[in-house]
Each structure stands twice: as C-alpha cells, then as structure tokens.
Design a binder for this molecule. Sequence first.
Ligand SMILES: *Cc1c(COP(=O)(O)O)cnc(C)c1O
Length: 462
Amino acid sequence: MQQLKLIPKVDRVLEWEGVRRLLAEQPRELVLKAVRQVLDLLRAGARAGSLDDAAFAENAVCAAVARELRMLTRPSLRRVINGSGIVIHTNLGRSILPEAARDALNTIAFSYSNLEFDLDEGVRGSRYSHVEALLCELTGAEAAIVVNNNAAAVLLTLSAMAAGREAVVSRGELVEIGGSFRIPEVMRLSGVTLREVGTTNRTHPKDYQNAVNEDTAVFLKVHCSNFAVLGFTKEVSAEEMVELGKKAGVPVLADMGSGNLVDLSGKLPCPEPTVQDFVRAGVDVITFSGDKLLGGPQAGIIVGKKHFIEAMKKHQLLRALRMDKLTLASLEATLALYRDEMVAFKEVPTLRMLTATLPELTARARKIAGQLRRRTPDAVSFKLTDGFSQAGGGTLPLLNLPTMLIEVAVDGLSPNDIESRLRGMEIPVIGRISKNAFLLDPRTLQDDDLPDLAAALTALVG
Ligand SMILES: *Cc1c(COP(=O)(O)O)cnc(C)c1O
C-alpha cells in the first residue's frame, strides 16, 4: 500500500518528455486515456503489492503509456500467422489471395476505373460484365452473375426463380453452414415454401417426382459441405435430378457451396465434383462461394442458363447484394489463373496448400524448424511430429490431410501458456494444442511469416 504514494499525478505525467513526444503525434484525448489506464494499472498493482518500485519511475511509466497508446491506435483488423493447418479457416479470413490479385487491387483501388462504363460505346456499362465472360469460359455456362457471398447468391436465386412457390429439397440436404446460414431459413426469407422429401439418409428419384404439383418452382440440390452421412445412404445425383426436372418441367438449382473448378482426383483422397460437371449435367443454375476451394475473395458466384440469370440481373434484390469493385478486381485476377489448371494449382494459395504432399511438407517443416532454431533462444525447442491438417471452411469434412507438424516447447511455459501468449503478440500466431503439445503446421505457414514467427517465439522468453 506504501506504493500508492509513488503513483504520479496525471498532469505531471503529461509533462514528462516521453509522454510529450507522444502528444506531438497523437490526439491529446487518446494520450490522456492511455495515461489514465496505466495509472489505474499501477494503482491496482500497488494495492496487490505485485509491482517493484521501479514500475513507478518516469521511464517505466512513459514506456507503459507508449505501449498502451499503441494498443489503442492499432487497427482492429490485423494480420495473423496461421499455424493451425486449417487452410480455409473461416475465423482467419478463409482464403488468402493469389499474388496476381495484388496488382489488380492496387490499380483499381487507387484509380478510377470502367466499373460501370462501356469503353467501346461510351455509355453506361454493367459491373457484372467484367467477370461474366471469364466465368462462362471456365465453367461452360451460358451466363453468370456475382454477388457478395454464396448466402446472397442462394437468396437471390431462390427469390428470382421460386418466390411465392415451392422448392423441393432432400431432407438429407437441409444443411446449416457455420455462422447460422440455414437452407430452410434462407428459403423462408426468399418467400419460398420448402417441400422436404426423402429421409435423412436416403432420398430416391420418386421422392422428387411425387412432390411435384402446380406450385413447384425448382428442384434444389445442396452440397453437404460440412458433414457426411455414412452407411446406408442414397442420394439422387445431379444427372438424375436434371432428368426428373426435364420430365416434370421443373428447373434444377444447385448450391455447390465450395465451388471447385479443378480436377482434384489424384490430388485429394475424396471426390469433389466440379462446377463444370454440374453445368455439363444440365443443372439450370449453380451457386458457389468465391473464397472457399476457389481461393479468391468473398463472393457468391451464380452460373447457369441465360434466361434465369437475366431475371436475376433485373431483380431488385441485386442492388442490395451487389459486389464492390475491389472484390471484382481480385475475383477477376483469381479466375484468370484457372484458364490453365497447372497455373491454378501453383498460384492459388488455397489450392497449393490443400494439395501439398507429405514429402513436401516434411521438407518444409525441417527447413522452418532449422531456421527457427537459429533465430530463437535455446529455451525454445522444436521437434517434428506427424499429424493431420484440415481443409476447413465447411469443405471436405472427411478429409484428413497428412502433414508434418512442428512441436514448439519453451522452458517454463505450458502449451496453454505458449498458445495464449502467441495469440496476444503484436502479430498474433495461431497454432493448436494436441496431446499436451503446442503445434504449428507448415501447411498454412507462409514464407514471409518466418521472421515474424521467429520474433514472436523469441519474445516468449524473458
Ligand atoms: C459455405 C456455404 C454457403 C455459404 O456461403 P458463403 O459464401 O459463406 O455465404 C452456402 N451453402 C453451402 C452449401 C455452403 O457450403
């Protein structure tokens, strides 16, 4: 309690050289707030008897105020280092963009552009035109349009194709995606009546046939993105649904969720249909995300038959769901890489990370651990151990991708201490804890993360 006398007055702190320097750079109110917070902490420390007298000295207080001010002024949305091994980590921003998107973003963000200007005719143009031709070229569809995310794409599609009428969906496909996107709720929102058919594990062609009446507007197929039903199951394929739709005069709509454009067979041990497969099968309208397997920015992509897409282009909802120019620029740059599948596998980070092989990851883990050993104090140690990474983002739920993990140990710290302190760093590092070990997965560590990762690990000691 004696230390309470050591706490300086606010006015005095504001006159100290170290704080005057801060006042020259930041608004007075903000500096004042930082000073008060530091003095509150000193008061609490003095009462608890948890501080040395040195903590009350001018230099220590000035340093604490500067630190507090940095916390108050740093952006809320910050870069983090993803060592979790979850490639499409929804909480960490899903996909990171390919390098090609950097130039596109830089140019379009800081210049005027032909966003809605037809340069050939000199008249008003459409923002959707910039990616439509490319999407058609890549998927084989007749027409395309893009909105904010796949939830918006499903909402717009259902509103345009089935409002006031019925959509037939298998009970096995009434999914909820993380962030409480639920197919039945979205239907209600679009004014569509849900007609459930089949059972949780088995749905047959005749279930769709029997559901048809004069109010039937669409057959909807939903990708079971984030779960799998195993065992005694029966799903009606896209081809069968198209066949049934043709007979009944009902269009088929598919929410493909992850939106894969490349042949993943031979690269991943689980089948994932492509958008092209569904277009070829004759599905009328297909929606998918831009930032899941596609590896681009957050977007909802709709491809399909021209007359359906044209109706969406005229729909009032589109204005509320429309995509901004930065997303369009980075989406166009990402999609362009898919013109050559080899290029996409190399240049799109999400695809590159997902398809990295165990030998590649083992070499990478060795290299990273070696570099970290050289750049961190002896109290930090590294060991390689096998494990699995995940796709994440509600995609490929059964997929366990073999990887080589880097186990990090620090003298005097538990795995939980390491986890929480790395998460609290200036550039936070996100890893995972398994079997009482703190682990980093080289699959999702980026090359330019290394210096910052080494700095964070060094800061754990002392
Ligand atoms: C992820 C997903 C959505 C939602 O997509 P967002 O782009 O996150 O809005 C909808 N349907 C399915 C099947 C999904 O997998």
